[in-house]
Design a binder for this molecule. Structure first.
Ligand SMILES: Cc1cc2nc3c(=O)[nH]c(=O)nc-3n(C[C@H](O)[C@H](O)[C@H](O)COP(=O)(O)OP(=O)(O)OC[C@H]3O[C@@H](n4cnc5c(N)ncnc54)[C@H](O)[C@@H]3O)c2cc1C
Length: 359
C-alpha cells in the first residue's frame, strides 16, 4: 500500500459490497486494508478465491433504467464510477434487458483492478471476532455467509439471537448439500409420495423426507389406546419448523411465479455427428433461453450456454450420446424456469419408466 497521512479503513469481506467499498474509498484518496478470508477459509457457497465472486445467479437483474428500479440503481452506480458495474459491463453476456455476466471474468476484473490500486492492501485472512481496538475505522461487508466466529461475536455484541439477510431470489440448491439418505427419488416403500403425482404429470419433483418420523402422531386416527395418545394434534406441531417450511415454499413459489413458462417442444439432433443441436419453441415472457447439459452419470447440470432469444443452438464437440440436455426460459429480471428435457414441455419421465402415467 502506498504511504498516506490517513490511517487505513479496514474493510472486512471482499465480496461485492467490500470490493466496491474498497474501490470507492481508494478513489477518494483513503487507504484501505481489505480482509478477505477465502481461500484460507472457504464458505459454504463460494467456490473460488476470487474477489466479488457472484454466488448463485450470474444476473444483476434488470438493466432497464427507464422502467425498473434495479436498472435505475445500475445507472446511478455507473455515474458514481462503480467498479462492480464497470466489471459487469465489460463481462456482460446476452440476456435481453437483464444484466447477466460471465461470473469468472467479472470476478477477475474486480480483483485485478483492486490488486493494481496502490492505496489498497489485500490480506487473505479471516477476522475471527470483533475487529481489534486499534483499527480506527472498520466496515464489515461479510455478507450472508459471515464466518461463524465473527457472526457469534456480532450476536454477542448486539444481543440478537440470529442475524438474517433477505434474498430476492431462490438460491441454487447444490446436490452435494442434500442428504441422499433423506431423498427418495421415486417413493417411500409401499406408501407412494406426493411427488409421484407430479412426475406422472410430467414435472420434475423429488420428495425430501423427515427421517425421524413419529408414528404415534403420523398415519394414525385420533384416539387414546393403552394410555398412548395417537394422531396428529395441534400440541404435536413444531411451529418453528413449520414456519421454515412455509418460508421455503413461499420463496420457491415466488421464484417460479416470476419465471416464464418452460420452453415448449424441446428436441435434440446429432446422431452420428460430433455436434448436438438443441431446438425449442419460444414462450411468452422469456427474454432468452439457457441450454444445459451434463454427463449421463452427473447428478446435476454441469454445463450451460446462454442462447439469447434464439430458439436453436448447436453445441460443437458435444456428442449427443454422452450427455443429457435441457433448456430453460429466463425472464428480463433473471428469473429462470425449471429446465425441461427434450419431449413434451415438462416431460420428465420416459416411456417405460415405472413412474410414467398408465396409458
Ligand atoms: C446460497 C446463496 C445464494 C444467493 N443467491 C443470490 C441470487 O441469486 N441473487 C442475489 O441477488 N443474491 C443472492 N445471494 C445473496 C448474495 O450473497 C448477495 O447478492 C451478494 O453476494 C452479497 O454481497 P456481499 O458483498 O454482501 O457478500 P459476499 O459477496 O458474500 O461477500 C462477503 C465476503 O466476506 C467474506 N467473509 C465472510 N466472513 C469473513 C470474515 N470473518 N473475515 C474475512 N472475510 C469474511 C466472504 O468470504 C465473502 O467473500 C445469495 C446468497 C447465498 C448465500
Amino acid at each position: 500500500m502506498s504511504r498516506s497521512p490517513l490511517s487505513p479503513v479496514h474493510v472486512v469481506g471482499g465480496g461485492l459490497a467490500g470490493s466496491e467499498t474498497a474501490w470507492q474509498l481508494a478513489r477518494a484518496g483513503v487507504p484501505v486494508v481489505l480482509h478477505e478470508m477465502r481461500p484460507v477459509r472457504p464458505t459454504e457457497a463460494h467456490v473460488t478465491a476470487g474477489l466479488a465472486e457472484l454466488v448463485c445467479s450470474n444476473s444483476f437483474r434488470s438493466d432497464d433504467a427507464e422502467t425498473n428500479a434495479v436498472g435505475l440503481l445500475h445507472e446511478e452506480l455507473r455515474r458514481l464510477s462503480s467498479l462492480v458495474m464497470r466489471a459487469a459491463d465489460a463481462h456482460r453476456v446476452p440476456a435481453g434487458s437483464a444484466l447477466a455476466v460471465d461470473r469468472v471474468g467479472f470476478s477477475d476484473a474486480v480483483q485485478t483492478t483492486l490488486e493494481a490500486e496502490p492505496l489498497i492492501e489485500i490480506r487473505r485472512e479471516e477476522i475471527a471476532g470483533l475487529p481489534p481496538a486499534d483499527w480506527d475505522s472498520v466496515i464489515l461487508a461479510t455478507g450472508p455467509l459471515t464466518s461463524p466466529a465473527l457472526a457469534s461475536a456480532l450476536r454477542a455484541l448486539t444481543g440478537e439471537d440470529s442475524l438474517a439477510f433477505f434474498d430476492a431470489i431462490a438460491p441454487i440448491v447444490s446436490v452435494d448439500s442434500i442428504d441422499r439418505r433423506a431423498v427418495f427419488a421415486a417413493s417411500r416403500y409401499g406408501r407412494g409420495g406426493d411427488q409421484v403425482e407430479m412426475l406422472r404429470h410430467g414435472f420434475p419433483a423429488v420428495r425430501i423426507s423427515e427421517g425421524a418420523e413419529n408414528y404415534d402422531r403420523q398415519h394414525q386416527d385420533l384416539r387414546t389406546e393403552n394410555g398412548v395418545e395417537y394422531g396428529d394434534t395441534i400440541e404435536g406441531v413444531d411451529f418453528n419448523y413449520l414456519g421454515q417450511v412455509a418460508r421455503l415454499n413461499i420463496v420457491a413459489m415466488a421464484a417460479l411465479g416470476n419465471a416464464p413458462a418452460s420452453p415448449l417442444g424441446v428436441t435434440i439432433e446429432g446422431a452420428v455427428k460430433p455436434d448436438t443441436t438443441v431446438k425449442w419453441q419460444a414462450v411468452p415472457g422469456a427474454a432468452g433461453y439457457r441450454v444445459w447439459w451434463r454427463s449421463t452419470t452427473a447428478p446435476q447440470w454441469t454445463h450451460s450456454r446462454w442462447a439469447g432469444d434464439a430458439t436453436e443452438i448447436t453445441l460443437p464437440g458435444v456428442v449427443i450420446d454422452d450427455f443429457f440436455f435441457g433448456v430453460s426460459s429466463v425472464s428480463d429480471d433473471g428469473y429462470e424456469s425449471p429446465v425441461v428435457f427434450p419431449g413434451p414441455s415438462g416431460s420428465f419421465v420416459s416411456v417405460g419408466d415405472p413412474a410414467a402415467p398408465a396409458s
